[in-house]
Write a protein that binds this ligand. Structure first.
Ligand code: ADP
Ligand code: MG
Length: 256
């Protein structure tokens, strides 16, 4: 089904105690969409991504990945995934890249990249190693395969984390401020890899404060405010005449 959304989120809500952090968020990503999620700190961007890959469980709403709805059940008055098997499957379809890299420090870069395909997907190790080398070439760190994460710069570690996520052949890549922890001179090398992925047609949801990425690479921009989508649209509209006052004020802070 060519027109099935890769990712569809319908009216998800999430509270922590009395604090409703997500107040009804909906979004649809079709094949090749690159969606930038912008918003002030505390607006719920990370919680939104974490609900999509089930690191948090939304209280209400629907999440569909590549046409498959994540089934929920009620337990003790709260939402829970109905099937751990489905959770594992859905997670393997969503590549996640965090601000803090999160590589396994006791494993080499190559081991980090093949871990998921070998142990989760149960694919033959030799093929995974070959693909891992190709992925490391693609992100520009072919020479770091046998190094440990601590011996890499932050930009190299983040590119390794992207390679590790890609090794699972995800349907959608989720990025949560992938360049926010990097020294300024290392941001560009990570954004270049992300841009190349976008140009290859990867479906991506990117929480970022990099306005140049939002403007020039993504095909849709979503502006979150206090747990809701305040406005969204094509970057030309969002950064042009279509900007709402709230969004204009927000991106003004980033020199937009
Ligand atoms: P953003 O990524 O946009 O900065 P977050 O999704 O991290 O926003 O956080 C949104 C709000 O939810 C914040 O007020 C934050 O303190 C709160 N929050 C996030 N995670 C938790 C948690 N596990 N427990 C309680 N409050 C949380
Ligand atoms: Mg965040």
């Amino acid at each position: 089904m060519a027109d099935t959304a890769r990712l569809s989120v319908r009216d998800i809500r999430k509270s922590f105690g009395a604090h409703e952090v997500l107040r009804g968020i909906s979004l649809e990503a079709r094949d090749g969409d690159v969606i930038s999620v912008l918003g002030a700190s505390g607006s719920g961007k990370s919680t939104f991504l974490r609900c999509i890959n089930l690191l948090e469980i939304a209280d209400a709403g629907e999440i569909w990945v590549d046409g498959e709805q994540i089934r929920m059940a009620q337990k003790g008055g709260r939402n829970h995934p109905a099937s751990q098997r489905q959770v594992d499957h859905i997670r393997s379809e969503l590549g996640m890249v965090f601000q803090s890299f999160n590589l396994w420090s006791h494993m080499t870069i190559l081991q980090n990249v093949i871990e998921g395909p070998v142990h989760v997907l149960k694919r033959p190790r030799a093929a995974c190693v070959e693909e891992a080398h190709a992925l490391l070439r693609k992100v520009g760190i072919a020479d770091k395969a046998d190094s440990y994460p601590a011996h890499l710069s932050g930009g190299q570690q983040q590119r390794a984390a992207i390679a590790r996520a890609l090794a699972m052949k995800p349907k959608v890549m989720l990025f949560d401020e992938p360049t926010s922890a990097l020294d300024p001179e290392l941001v560009g090398e990570v954004l270049r890899v992300m841009r190349a992925l976008a140009e290859e047609g990867m479906t991506m949801l990117v929480v970022t404060h990099e306005m140049s990425f939002a403007r020039n690479v993504s095909n849709r921009v979503i502006f979150m405010k206090e747990g809701q989508i305040e406005s969204s649209g094509a970057p030309e509209a969002m950064f042009g005449a279509g900007a709402t006052p709230a969004f204009r004020q927000f991106f003004g802070h980033f020199g937009g």
